[in-house]
Design a protein around this ligand. Structure first.
Ligand SMILES: Nc1ncnc2c1ncn2[C@@H]1O[C@H](COP(=O)(O)OP(=O)(O)O)[C@@H](O)[C@H]1O
Ligand code: SF4
Ligand SMILES: [Mg+2]
Length: 358
């Protein structure tokens, strides 16, 4: 996997304008048999128009819950609180009907396995027309045609295919058609939850081009959840690293990849890079049970840099000189925070029994 940063990428980390989306201390939890599962536990960030924010972290850290929570697409029994504003509208106090009206039109979601939504009996043009008519009452035929062709172009599908049926497309193209059906509505904010896992890795470059086109054509802001750090490095302005329901580091993608501050970010980058070099090299252990996460910094049982204070007190979020936000005692210490000898002593852990002594 190539995570070299591309020179000549648009450069600036921020797009002008008021934030499209602002989350502050957002929490999402599921009810579970042994208490609430705190899948999103106090997340704060904002997105500007046209900005692409990558979201990374191991499975079970709350990425999908955050993405769905932002759009209000949570299952029964899940709840949210905190602050969540979309273009100045408080999403958390919207009535169900108002929230439904926003979804699709202004807020979009690209799912991991979208193929099921294409009707085999309907031409692609009919799919586009139906979607547009539902969300934009009274839209003209000419406008439907224009917008459909525009969506096809952004997705890299020839205009001559507009009247084809779903089965006439390859799997990868069908997936792009589904993305096109989300984008034809020109949503201001889209969540894409691992849109590329089902695709061949060769399609990666194409996806990156599409993401750039998307911004240029629609000024859409995107939260991109992916395991593919190569795509994040090349397509995202900023990256957020999530662990156990919290964003532990967020900043300019280039900065975070070249100078990760949080120990979890470093371990995550190390484990991913080594996938293509020395074989599998996972971070030992697994993310915690979110009904009862570890005290202090949730990562402390797995962290190679853990100090005594890490198990006792949760690190506060701090803005670094490079403009990232990071919550890590070790990063604080490296940047000059004075800790006592007792606080900075290496964390004593119970020995983890190693089963296989060959
Ligand atoms: N519908 C659900 N009901 C209860 N718990 C859930 C549900 N969906 C996800 N979870 C739990 O929430 C946590 C975060 O899951 P998820 O958001 O899917 O993480 P990720 O996308 O990072 O893999 C996990 O502990 C998962 O088991
Ligand atoms: S706060 Fe401590 S345990 Fe958590 S990542 Fe930083 S050094 Fe590791
Ligand atoms: Mg997920």
């Amino acid at each position: 996997m190539n995570i070299d940063l591309v020179e000549g990428r648009d450069g600036e980390a921020s797009a002008p304008g008021e934030p499209v989306l602002e989350a502050e201390d957002l929490r999402v939890w599921y009810s579970g048999p042994s208490g609430p599962v705190r899948a999103v536990d106090g997340v704060s960030f904002s997105l500007r128009p046209g900005e692409i924010l990558g979201l990374v972290g191991e499975s079970g850290c709350g990425k999908s819950t955050l993405g769905r929570g932002l759009l209000g697409l949570l299952p029964d029994g899940a709840a949210r609180d905190g602050v969540l504003n979309f273009r100045g509208t408080d999403l958390l106090s919207l009535k169900a009907k108002q929230a439904y009206a926003l979804r699709g039109g202004s807020l979009g979601m690209i799912f991991q396995e979208p193929l099921t939504r294409l009707n085999p009996l309907m031409r692609i043009s009919e799919h586009f027309a139906e979607t547009l008519k539902v969300h934009e009452k009274g839209i003209s035929k000419a406008e439907i045609e224009r917008r459909s062709l525009e969506a096809l172009r952004v997705m890299g599908i020839p205009p001559t295919r507009l009247r084809a049926y779903p089965h006439e497309f390859s799997g990868g193209m069908r997936q792009r058609l589904m993305i096109g059906l989300t984008l034809v509505l020109r949503p201001a904010f889209v969540v894409a939850d691992e849109p590329t896992t089902a695709l061949d890795v060769l399609v990666e470059a194409q996806i990156i081009r599409i993401l750039h086109d998307l911004r240029a054509t629609y000024d859409t802001s995107l939260l991109l959840i992916t395991h593919n750090l190569g795509i994040i490095a090349e397509a995202c302005d900023r990256v957020a690293v999530m662990y156990a329901g919290k964003i532990v580091e967020i900043g300019d993608a280039r900065e975070v990849f070249t100078r990760p501050r949080h120990s979890y970010t470093r371990e995550l980058l190390r484990s991913t890079i080594s996938l293509s070099t020395t074989g599998l090299n996972y971070i030992e252990g697994a993310p915690p049970d979110l009904t009862d996460p570890p005290s202090g910094c949730h990562f402390h049982p797995r962290c190679p840099d853990a100090m005594a204070i890490c198990a006792q007190r949760e690190p506060a979020v701090r803005t670094t000189d490079a403009g990232s936000r990071v919550a890590c005692w070790d990063a604080d210490r490296r940047d000059g925070l004075a800790l006592s000898e007792a606080e900075s002593a290496p964390l004593e852990r119970e020995e983890i029994a190693v089963a296989d002594e060959a």
